[in-house]
Design a protein around this ligand. Structure first.
Ligand code: SAM
Length: 289
């Protein structure tokens, strides 16, 4: 095989030739549109210096594009049945190394240390399996890996949540967790027709640039995350009610009112109106009580 598998016909030929059956449970919706594949690689600025970590290479359509543009591609795939397929579709590339296993369980530090020169920044590029998008993104963002940029295809609705601002309907604890660590930007929305099989939901490509410094400084990160989650537990309730129901209890109401006054936050506001800076301020006072 020395041709690109970036069309419905070439992808179907490969799948048929290897008698591969796609598994819905693993989020196996493969890309079959050359423009989209190229746009994803361009959105990540992949060039001959780039070290790329691809999660879920599938049959290798995106891997081929990344390998032809980048210096090296390290691909992590859960489905061992794809080994002969990838051997075939990637046979023309000597700069790809495929590791089989669950990205959530694999030691990515070890893999990156083994595959890349020390200290080089790594770009993550992937058409992610939608059933496990959030845990994968959180692992990539919080594991202290040398990742600077992440460009991923995800469910459009989730991309909206990652980028949402205070006051928007989709703003929530995920928006804050991600924006605390990275700067998200939706690059494009993608129709269902560019996948085989077609997923049930629309998709979007999002780029996350990891911040050199976290967006806000907080004294106790664990408490900050707890506070944010509690504040969004019941979206229709006020901040005060959510805090009483999910983090404190009724006996602490007066104390909470005092803290909210001290931090300049109206207790009648809903969590979804608070900026990340306001959550940080509140977290710092409450975590020292
Ligand atoms: N990159 C290919 C493409 O764009 O055509 C395939 C993308 S498909 C949406 C997601 C891929 O992720 C599948 O190949 C699936 O087997 C793999 N996958 C699913 N769960 C995974 C996990 N936990 N760890 C690593 N790979 C996983």
């Amino acid at each position: 095989m020395n041709k690109r598998i970036s069309s419905p016909k070439t992808m179907q030929d490969v799948i048929r030739q290897h008698q591969f059956t796609l598994k819905k449970s693993l989020g196996q919706n493969f890309l079959i549109d050359e423009n989209i594949l190229n746009n994803i690689a361009s959105a990540a600025d992949i060039d001959e210096e780039s070290y790329v970590l691809e999660i879920g290479p599938g049959a290798g359509a995106l891997t081929q594009v990344l390998a032809s543009r980048g210096k090296k591609v390290i691909a992590v795939e859960i489905d061992q049945r794809l080994e002969p397929v990838l051997k075939d579709t990637l046979q023309d590339f000597d700069n790809v190394s495929v590791h089989f296993g669950d990205v959530l369980k694999l030691n990515l530090h070890q893999i990156i240390d083994q595959e890349c020169p020390p200290g080089v920044p790594v770009k993550v590029v992937a058409n992610l399996p939608y059933y496990v998008t959030t845990p994968i993104l959180m692992k990539l963002l919080t594991d202290g890996l040398p990742i600077k940029t992440i460009v991923v295809m995800i469910q459009k609705e989730v991309a909206g949540r990652l980028q949402a601002e205070p006051g928007e309907k989709s703003y929530g604890s995920l928006s804050i967790a991600v924006q605390y660590l990275a700067e998200p930007k939706i690059v494009m929305t993608v129709p269902k027709t560019v996948f085989v099989p077609q997923p049930n939901v629309d998709s979007a490509v999002i780029r996350l640039d990891i911040r050199p410094e976290k967006k806000v400084k907080v004294d106790d990160e664990t408490f900050f995350y707890k506070l944010v989650r509690a504040s969004f537990a019941q979206r229709r309730k006020t901040l005060m009610n959510n805090l009483i129901n999910n983090l404190y209890d009724k006996t602490q109401k007066e104390q909470l009112l005092e803290v909210l006054e001290q931090t300049g936050i109206d207790p009648g506001r809903r969590g979804e109106t608070l900026t990340i800076e306001e959550f940080a301020r509140l977290s710092d006072v409450l975590s020292h009580k």
